[in-house]
Design a binder for this molecule. Sequence first.
Ligand SMILES: [Zn+2]
Length: 276
Amino acid sequence: MSHYRITSLRVGEIYVPHGASVMRDPIHCWLVQGQGRNILVDSGMADISLVTKRLRVNGMGGGHPALVTALAGAGLRPDEITHVVLTHLHFDHADNLDLFPDACVVVQRAELMASVDPVPSQRVFYWQSTRDNLLGRKRPSQLQIVEGDHDLFPGIRLLFVPSHTEGMQVVVVSTEKGRAALVSDLGDHYRYWFPADARANKHPQRSLAGAFITGNIRSESERDWQRAMARVLTESDIVVPAHDFRIPVNIPDEWFAVPESLEGDLAHVPPPEIES
Ligand SMILES: [Zn+2]
């Protein structure tokens, strides 16, 4: 059995309106290592100054420096990344591809199409820098387009889950302790996966026990999205959401389905360290 190790890399934050307040959403990529491969799942967001200019949201980090520093923290240079698997092509998950000219980028065909012709509400989230980089990859070894569920390598399975976007994919990684699903924005916080659980959610919703909270940014119906989340839970042992502060950093050393603490759920701006 092929087992891998996963390191969560935090490469920035964006501050997004949430009701009357503003939420801090961390931006993550994941390093998946094993069998001689260094696989990056998602490639992070552009520099925050560009994000602020285009989308009118504040935050911190992003761009090449944040990603290069995060990789260095794991002992790697960008040219040591062999594969980049993109869960979807939004600006906060699929920028910085020029750092990895020789890596093989793996993306769903439906997502590549969505980046050219997205649902209207998502046009601002698909950036030309990502599209141009992908379309500029001329050698077959630089780009692998997949369609539907796909066994990328033994121990690494891609699940095709249209929901948040038309070509969304979740990466299920076999580890010594079980299967970890890098679910990205298919439920980007624990509270979406476990809405009735008081460990996951500061405001548990008992009426949603056994179901999920789905996101506002969507290409598919709520029913499709609910089905996709249910399926991921049957095909994995833990989920790792993209924008929750509580995700484990080293997997499988840290291993939990539901976080132990509410600290980091619904984190508000301004961050405490800036206040003091
Ligand atoms: Zn997204």
